[in-house]
Design a protein around this ligand. Structure first.
Ligand SMILES: Nc1ncnc2c1ncn2[C@@H]1O[C@H](COP(=O)(O)OP(=O)(O)OP(=O)(O)O)[C@@H](O)[C@H]1O
Length: 244
């Protein structure tokens, strides 16, 4: 579904590129775990995949839509869930934020949104002002709104950061359910522990370069050299042990 070929990108005015020569494929319905230390280029790559920027060189094709050239179409088929929920929430209440995901006047919009709120344990907060939600609830609201748009590609930037253990488990359950329904997902993390058993493939970035790519089993032995901690089960020689 995704073919990235020799992607290079530099922010306007930046001295050096934030992505260099990034090449990978993601089959439809699979989960790619994108990892690397702070500043390695994960968010930048997600922005290109979301159609927010175009590569300076190389080509990115998502479901047959190519960038550079068709970023507006890419934006229509993917949903990016940002690390900072406050940058993403635009409604003043949960209801308003969820209903803004639909075109005006769409029949069934409220019913669909309420069902999604219930799925994400947000039903009792339907009329709550968004600033009264907890950090974890705000993250869930952003993900719920992203899914309301029925994206073909879900892009998640550090979905576990700042979440407590129960919220991490809840987030995992949502991502696992998406995977069960064959939604293509790219999940950026610096810590692999909460996600590795859900990942079909991995790309490791370091200083904007793709240094490793393959299945978790192919990549995990080499990741410490790039500042990424191996999952505990892998360190103990147990391979990848599912959480549940
Ligand atoms: N808007 C911008 N303008 C200029 N440089 C930027 C901009 N955004 C990011 N960068 C630079 O691009 C590089 C990659 O940053 P990016 O945010 O993509 O990394 P990251 O792996 O997502 O980091 P983190 O884990 O800290 O979120 C960094 O050197 C960063 O300083």
């Amino acid at each position: 579904m995704i073919h990235a070929r020799s992607l290079t990108f530099a922010y306007p005015g930046a001295g050096r590129p934030s992505l260099k020569n990034v090449t990978f494929d993601v089959p439809e319905g699979t989960v790619l775990c994108l990892c690397g230390v702070n500043g390695s280029g994960k968010s930048t790559l997600l922005s290109l995949l979301a159609g927010l920027y175009a590569p300076a060189s190389g080509t990115l094709t998502v479901a047959g839509i190519a960038s550079p050239g068709k970023e507006d179409k890419l934006r229509g088929l993917s949903a990016l869930v940002l690390q900072d929920a406050d940058l993403q929430i635009i409604g003043s209440t949960v209801a308003e934020d969820m209903l803004l995901a639909f075109p005006p006047g769409l029949t069934d919009a409220e019913e669909t949104a309420r069902d999604m709120a219930a799925r994400f344990d947000l039903a009792e907060h339907w009329h709550s002002p968004v600033h009264t939600l907890s950090y974890g609830q705000k993250r869930k609201l952003c993900l719920a709104v992203a899914l309301l748009a029925s994206p073909a590609l879900l892009l998640l930037d550090e979905p576990f950061s700042g979440l407590d253990y129960p919220a991490i488990r809840e987030m995992r359950a949502i991502l696992a359910n998406n995977r069960k329904h064959r939604l293509t997902q790219i999940i950026s993390v610096h810590d692999l522990e909460p996600v590795i058993d859900l990942a079909d493939s991995m790309v490791v970035l370091h200083q904007g370069e793709q240094v490793l790519a393959g299945t978790p089993q192919e990549v995990l032995d080499a990741i410490p050299a790039f500042g990424v901690r191996q999952p505990c089960s892998w360190q103990r020689g147990l391979g990848i042990v599912p959480w549940e």
